[in-house]
Design a protein around this ligand. Sequence first.
Ligand code: ADP
Ligand code: MG
Length: 226
Amino acid sequence: MNDITLQLKNVYKSYGGNGIKQEVLKGVDLIVARAEIVYITGPSGSGKSTLLNICGLLDNPDKGEVLIDNQSVNYKKACEIRLKKFSYVFQHHSLIKELNILENVLMVCYIMGLDKEKAITDSKLYLEKVGLINYIYKYPSELSGGERQRVAIARALVKKPEILLLDEPTGDLDVNLKNEIEELIYKLTEQEKITTVIVTHEIERIKKGSKVFKLDDGKLFLTTNN
Ligand code: ADP
Ligand code: MG
């Protein structure tokens, strides 16, 4: 298969030093094809966030290789590649509290260099897709946890990323809201054909039939959630 968006080859990562080195990733291989949606799971502390950060060029491996679109990453260009190709959604929404919902999404459009009119049209479109078109002049503090995470999703998608990485995106939400937000993430990433990696420790919440990678003792194993 040649249409690979994201690939890790024999990736190692440790933390610490001075004789107390902790090996977190011990030779991880991963292939994610274009427009595929995959999950990474494993217990708390197993290295999921470390692995996702390496996938998203937010951190670099000690050893091994990361390839984006079949090209080995040049870390001098990591910032440029992140801006062009990646979006992230984290457990905590990380919205800017001084900006209203529309401005939070608009900001990304301006960073991407869109003109004002296009930026406003696109931002409203994505806020509509996540069901928040009537909330655009509210501030993050005026929204519920689920609504804030919807804004984070709109903000991630408005830049039309090639790759979307989500780290425990429903970790902060009540059980009934988890379902709703998971459905939304799945629907939108599938619709927009975005290559998506979702990290979660809640294996029981993973969509049936999905491709699931399990992190265990620093190695990654492929399973299917049936
Ligand atoms: P998970 O996301 O699966 O809970 P993490 O990747 O956050 O796991 O962490 C894996 C291990 O690496 C944990 O033991 C954690 O304490 C350690 N760790 C993570 N980030 C750092 C860091 N920046 N410095 C030192 N240790 C870290
Ligand atoms: Mg984590």
